[in-house]
Design a protein around this ligand. Structure first.
Ligand SMILES: *Cc1c(COP(=O)(O)O)cnc(C)c1O
Length: 381
């Protein structure tokens, strides 16, 4: 296989020491080695979630963890408010609808986030609301919400607050306990530098109170089963053991480098990508500056540039893999993932490759511009 630069917002590249963990020989998932593994991985994960709440590792992609956050805490007909800033917010709304919840969407235009006033207004108009679902980092548009402002609006009313942090956990600060967030879901394959296959979820005491009253059907996702098993050092069903070995290693790596340093790295990568891309003057950023994500950047090209064609050339000539648009943005944008095991060198290769492809497409006066802008960000540190 040619050398690949996987610059998509998940799955993301996995460091070699983490990959090697997956080639360990198999163990009994009801034996002492696994008990130690699951206990250690869960404790490390709590540090990344910044929580003392219960935390469970699920054998699922992120969507499975999202579904778990719906079926454990609600009853048919419950009213919930869902922030829909793109495809993943819409997915939360659809999971809620599939289970018969009464969904009220807050849907800003694409590239915008949710404002305190919008949320306040919807909650005032819907006083019977039981819970609020928000996507911390909307991966389809590159929009990050300001949870420090939004969380208190929900918590002041005593409602359950549930956050999708699949493409932010570990890369963008999410102080779960400080903000009183009841339920946070994430997944292994984005900023956590681990292959796909596991989801995770945190559960606050208030969420457990909701659990006791919730009437939605649940079996595989029943978190009381997970809690009882974890107390005995196990999981209710056969877990993805190789991924948990890998996760433990990657969490050790991230925490030993320092979580706050990792946030800083992502701020720098996000800045470099945005400065680099906009310096070319033929691209626009989809997300408003105030919501700009430090893990993924969605880019709108001039109408005469087909983003999917451009991505194909980048992949074929340089092995640089970018993501396309999702949902109504399909064929209209491209997205650069800059999360997890991505370093400044990867950004420089990506921007340089884009410049060369653009020059081949006839844009002759761009060479060096994006790289230079990114270099400036890296030099400033
Ligand atoms: C990737 C992602 C998900 C989950 O996707 P899976 O493919 O099920 O892992 C959910 N929410 C966001 C914001 C994501 O980026």
């Amino acid at each position: 296989m040619p050398k690949t630069y996987l610059m998509i917002p998940g799955p993301t590249p996995v460091p070699n020491d983490v990959l090697r963990e997956m080639s360990r020989e198999m163990i009994n998932h009801r034996g002492p080695e696994f008990s130690k593994l699951i206990a250690e991985a869960t404790e490390l994960l709590k540090k990344v979630f910044k929580t003392n709440n219960d935390c469970f590792i699920l054998t699922a992609s992120g969507t499975g963890a999202m579904e778990a956050s719906v079926v454990n805490f609600f009853s048919p007909g419950d009213k919930v408010v869902v922030g829909v800033c793109g495809v993943f917010g819409e997915r939360y709304a659809q999971i809620c609808s599939a289970y018969g919840l009464n969904v009220v969407r807050i849907k800003p235009s694409l590239g915008k986030g949710i404002e305190v006033n919008d949320l306040e207004k919807v909650l005032e108009e819907n006083p019977e609301t039981k819970g609020v679902f928000l996507t911390h980092n909307e991966t389809s548009t590159g929009v990050t919400l300001n949870l420090k402002e939004l969380a208190p609006i929900v918590k002041r009313r005593g409602l359950l607050l549930l956050i999708d942090a699949v493409s932010s956990l570990g890369a963008i600060d999410l102080p779960t306990d400080e903000l009183n967030i009841d339920v946070v879901v994430s997944a292994s394959q984005k900023a956590l530098e681990t292959p796909p296959g596991i989801g995770m979820i945190t559960v606050s005491p208030l969420a457990w109170e909701y659990y006791e009253k919730a009437k939605l059907p649940r079996f595989y996702w029943d978190l009381k089963k997970a809690k009882k098993s974890l107390e005995k050092g196990a999981t209710p069903f056969t877990p993805a053991i190789p991924q948990i070995f890998a996760l433990r290693k990657s969490l050790e790596n991230i925490l030993s480098k320092g979580l706050e340093n990792n946030f800083k790295k992502h701020i720098m990568l996000g800045n470099a990508v945005r400065k680099g891309i906009t310096s070319l003057e033929i691209f626009k950023l989809l997300a408003d500056e105030k919501y700009a994500s430090n893990t993924v950047t969605a880019v709108i090209p001039l109408p005469e540039i087909n983003p999917d064609e451009m991505r194909k050339k980048l992949r074929q000539e340089f092995g640089v893999v970018l993501a396309g648009g999702q949902g109504e943005l399909e064929g209209k944008i491209f997205r650069i993932g800059h999360l997890g095991y991505i370093e400044p060198s990867d950004i420089l290769v990506t921007l340089s490759s884009i410049e060369i492809i653009l020059e081949r497409m006839g844009y002759n006066d761009l060479r060096g511009k994006a790289v230079r802008s990114a270099e400036k960000v890296f030099l400033e540190g």
